[in-house]
Ligand binder design. Structure first.
Ligand code: FAD
Length: 403
């Protein structure tokens, strides 16, 4: 079985993985989570990210399942990691210009790759895992073959890409988006920025031989191969912070077209609020994930995950139109079904939100889940401050039973 085939893109698989992992999310996770033991050996982390990223399972479900087995104190580390995704999403939501700036930087770097043959060769060698740095080459190949990389290896990889190979960071972030099954606009862009010293301004992450050797249990020991210094990248200051979004409300009495997308593939909560669409369409982001064609396993994971959601919603969706790629196509489809409103789960900053940006003749109603509305406004500054709110946020999940 190919490595990527083991990621069945269904909610059932996500829930099964969650049930298996939740008992291990306490002290075991805290002690062992930083060890990367290689492809097929990532048992000390959950590998839930492709499911959570597409909301085949939601963060609050992961947290509640974890709390069935552990106290908040004993699963503190795992709970914090789950909230890192939420934090990054909230942070970017309040500074969407950073996403636009990433694409501008990527376009510039791509232009350089096309016009500078030296850079092109170095970029190709990095993407193909042919740099001669064993650990880096192994991670590049693991990512391309499996669609997954352990968190610690993502950090080392990004650091070596930026500080040892001296390649433009945006091309590295794009390489990840092209191959990661969990490729996520906020977690990916902001983590790469963090490694390069753009996110926590002036603070970089330097991959060190001793650290790599320890946490790969001696599989790699890249002595004298890595940069010994990580000078922060230069970038624009953070844009002014906007308010976190509140989301819209839909009118259950109006004739409704429902737009399903990869940022929320468990939209049952909208149907619980009285959503009764006359028709449903799905969005394809295939042309907006990367500057190049995304890998086949990323595309097939996304399309299978959307199909899984449609199967679960049978009888509720009305006729389904698949794979709309632009605002024009969506507007045309909504008009053709006589919609008075288009309802969708609020798309966080990223490709879906990009497609839906702008003015709509038929109102576009973006409904925000309570989990996000509750948490995102706290992502005002660094994660340290956000972390202090976690007990309060967890209490809200338990009280509201946001499922
Ligand atoms: C350079 C770089 C790029 C990254 N790009 C992505 C990306 O595109 N998509 C993505 O989902 N994550 C990204 N991450 C974050 C993190 O590496 C992955 O979420 C994590 O490795 C997923 O594996 P897991 O599910 O086994 O994690 P676990 O350790 O089991 O953690 C449980 C869950 O917590 C969340 N989580 C854990 N660590 C982080 C983190 N550092 N940031 C955000 N959420 C976290 C994820 O939802 C994860 O599924 C990136 C990190 C770095 C350093």
């Amino acid at each position: 079985m190919a490595e990527t085939n083991k990621w069945a893109a269904t909610r059932e698989e996500g829930l099964a993985r969650l049930a298996d992992f939740a008992p291990l999310a306490g002290a075991d996770y805290a002690k062992r989570r930083n060890f990367d033991l290689g492809p097929g050996q990532h048992k000390n982390v959950s590998q839930l990210s492709p499911y959570i990223r597409h909301r085949l399972i939601r963060e609050d479900e992961v947290l509640l399942e974890t709390l069935k087995h552990h106290s908040p104190a004993s699963a503190e580390k795992f709970i914090q990691e789950v909230y890192w995704r939420t934090y990054w999403k909230g942070w970017l939501e309040m500074r969407p210009a950073v996403w636009g700036a990433y694409w501008a930087e990527l376009a510039l770097a791509w232009d350089q790759v096309q016009t500078q043959s030296g850079l092109r060769q170095e970029w190709e060698a990095a993407c193909n895992g042919e740099t001669g740095i064993d650990c880096f080459d192994a991670w590049a190949k693991e990512l391309v073959e499996t669609g997954y990389l352990h968190n610690h290896s993502r950090m080392w990889f990004a650091s070596i890409w930026i500080f040892t190979l001296r390649l433009p960071w945006a091309l590295g972030a794009d390489f990840f988006m092209r191959h990661l099954l969990d490729g996520d606009p906020a977690s990916n862009t902001l983590s790469w920025r963090w490694v390069g010293g753009l996110q926590t301004v002036g603070k970089t992450y330097l991959a060190r031989t001793s650290n790599i050797s320890k946490f790969t249990e001696g599989r790699f020991h890249p002595q004298y191969q890595l940069a010994s210094h990580a000078e922060p990248l230069q970038g624009a200051p953070h844009p002014p912070r906007m308010d976190a979004p509140e989301g819209d409300r839909f009118d259950p009495e109006k004739r409704t077209a429902f737009l399903l997308h990869e940022d929320d593939l468990t939209p049952d909560w909208l149907f619980d609020q009285g959503l009764k669409p006359v028709a449903t369409a799905t969005i394809s982001t295939a042309k907006r994930l990367s500057i190049l064609q995304p890998s086949p396993h990323v595309l097939s994971f996304k399309s299978a995950a959307i199909d899984d959601c449609l199967n679960r919603l049978t009888d509720k969706t009305g006729p389904v139109t698949k794979g709309l790629e632009s605002a024009d196509q969506i507007a045309h489809w909504a008009a053709s079904v006589g919609a008075e409103q288009i309802v969708t789960s609020y798309p966080p900053v990223g490709p879906v939100a990009d497609i839906l940006r702008g003015k709509w003749d038929i109102p576009m109603v973006r409904v925000l889940h309570d989990f996000d509305r509750d948490a995102w406004p706290h992502a005002k500054a660094g994660f340290f401050k956000f972390k202090e709110k976690i007990p309060h946020l967890l209490g809200n999940i338990r009280n509201l039973r946001l499922i």
